[in-house]
Design a protein. Structure first.
Length: 402
């Protein structure tokens, strides 16, 4: 009974300190703070604190407690965030719970001026470069872009983040009306409360939409799909997906998922055949090499394979250009994300009739099929022993919520 009362009393109350001199916002709570810094522009005049809701929602979902903002939020965000938390709680009931939301005031009216502009998330990778370049070729500059610092690049690593900005400068100048950057340390808090499921990532979409919602005058907040829709079902659960993204709204606009009808191999082929200078691309997961591409990590090798699948000419964007037999050695097949990409690559090789030339095509095909069958019958496939034991204990004794 005491536990019930104690839980009832718990609430994630968030206050907002705005420092216009330093273009910094601190969203603070007794569970921890999230900083938002605009390094290259002044803070906009905030009409709502919708961005705080999106930033803290994964914490409230994880802890299973109500979220209260000490300031104004919009009715759109109130309804949308509640809905999104309900969806994630249904998908992952062991990790998340639906969240009740409240605020000092709820703004019921839409913005005075109907928003007409768009904001696209841009990381410099294949997906965001493809979607924004394609949109630019079709519609011209119809969007601003937002790059969030504190996700792929560590919060305090200005040097590497600036190198990314330099590497993508020419592309951004051509494709977007305006480039924006928000720096946040939200990931540290998500990590503290274990907000992501084992082997997958959910919180990135909340961090992105939170930072974007600081800018309250866009009608579309656009994100490129990481996977084609059928692949999204294959790798589920994954934070940025067409189903829950479309439910994410703030006062002025909605999150739109672009190009969920093409795979990454198809995007790579499009970029390869375009006139774009591919030196802009930053795809590597080896932090030491970023924003350059090491040419050896699993993601660099996958991307090389995608280029090679349609043309043996791999663009000169890798520090190590080699692509030869055993190229897939660094890619664990126990990961369903890797299997999704390898199935995509094998399919691209077959479509372009490159089976004979493509290094290790036949052996890879056999390995991927065997791994897929193994994963289908063995729920513990690829898991570390300690995670297997933890899962078995959970099955026997039930979950252990925070
Ligand atoms: Zn790499």
């Amino acid at each position: 009974m005491c536990d019930v009362i104690q839980k009832f009393k718990k609430m994630l109350k968030i206050q907002c300190q705005i420092n216009t001199a330093e273009n910094q916002i601190i969203a603070s709570s007794e569970y921890g703070n999230i900083h938002y810094i605009l390094p290259f522009e002044s803070l906009p005049q905030l009409e709502t604190y919708d961005f705080i809701v999106w930033g803290f929602l994964p914490i409230a979902m994880r802890l299973g407690i109500p979220l209260h903002v000490d300031g104004p939020i919009s009715i759109q965000t109130l309804h949308s965030a509640r809905e999104v938390s309900t969806v994630w709680a249904a998908w992952l009931p062991d990790l998340y719970q639906p969240v009740m939301l409240s605020a000092a005031s709820i703004i019921q009216t839409p913005p005075a001026n109907q928003p007409t502009q768009n904001l696209s998330f841009f990381s410099g990778g294949i997906d965001s470069t493809y979607s924004t370049y394609k949109a630019f070729l079709e519609n011209g500059q119809d969007s601003d872009c937002l790059t969030v610092h504190g996700m792929d690049y560590k919060f305090d690593d200005h040097e590497k983040f600036q190198a990314l900005m330099d590497q993508t400068h020419s592309f951004r100048s051509q494709v977007f009306k305006q480039s924006r950057v928000v720096k946040t340390d939200a990931y540290a808090l998500y990590s503290k409360y274990g907000c992501n499921p084992k082997g997958s990532h959910v919180t990135h979409i909340f961090s992105l939409f939170s930072c974007a919602s600081i800018f309250e005058h866009y009608q579309q907040y656009r994100i490129s799909a990481d996977y084609r829709l059928d692949q999204q079902l294959f790798v589920h659960p994954y934070g940025s997906n067409t189903a829950s993204n479309r439910l994410m709204k703030n006062r002025s606009g909605v999150l739109i998922t672009l190009d969920d009808d093409v795979t990454r191999s198809q995007k790579t082929a499009f970029l390869s055949q375009s006139n774009l200078d591919l030196q802009t691309l930053s795809i590597c997961v080896d932090y030491r090499a970023r924003p350059k591409n090491c040419g050896q990590c699993s993601k660099c090798m996958r991307t090389k394979a995608m280029f090679y699948a349609t043309s043996p000419e791999i663009p000169d964007i890798f520090l190590d250009q080699r692509f030869e037999k055993k190229w897939d050695q660094s890619i664990p097949l126990s990961s369903k994300i890797n299997r999704a990409f390898l199935i995509d690559i094998l399919s691209a090789v077959e479509k372009s009739s490159q089976q004979q030339q493509f290094p290790d095509y036949a052996t890879l095909k056999v390995k991927v099929e065997a791994a897929s069958k193994r994963a289908a019958i063995n729920p513990f496939y690829g898991m570390k022993i300690k995670d297997v034991l933890r899962t078995i204990i959970k099955i026997i004794f039930g979950s252990n919520p925070r």
